[in-house]
Design a protein around this ligand. Sequence first.
Ligand code: HEC
Length: 128
Amino acid sequence: MRAWITLFAAAISLAACSDDHGSGVFGPPTESTCPTGSTLTYDNFGKSFMERYCTRCHSSELVGAARKGAPSFHDFDTQPGIKGVADHIDETTAAGPAATNKGMPPDGLRPTMEERLQLGEWIACGVP
Ligand code: HEC
């Protein structure tokens, strides 16, 4: 009985999640972990990753049509902007033990698998 309730609750929260976002760009959390001695930082990884793959749509400097549909409050030209929605970035773009999410970017140059794994790690470490 208890297992059914747990399953049911999980099904509801999954449904709520995809309803909230209303799009197919989301996958599950990657369940990435932060290894001891991780060296990834905003300066040596995150900034260049976002500039290469994301900020041509997701930037606080872009408004209206220039965002090409990228939602507001998802601006990745600053470290706090990334940190604020890091879970969403994990679920759309990163790779880890539980998932490889390739919902973002929607077109153009794509990150390599290695870069998606690094993104998952960097987010798991708290976007340092
Ligand atoms: C060509 C423009 C473009 C690029 C480049 C792009 N995105 Fe997006 N992004 C979008 C659009 C459009 C949506 C809305 C998609 C939808 O809801 O179907 C979106 C949605 C998202 C969302 C979900 C927001 C929400 O809560 O609904 C996240 C997170 C995201 N993008 C992260 C990224 C990351 C990280 C990158 C770089 C790896 C990236 N995007 C590159 C256009 C872009």
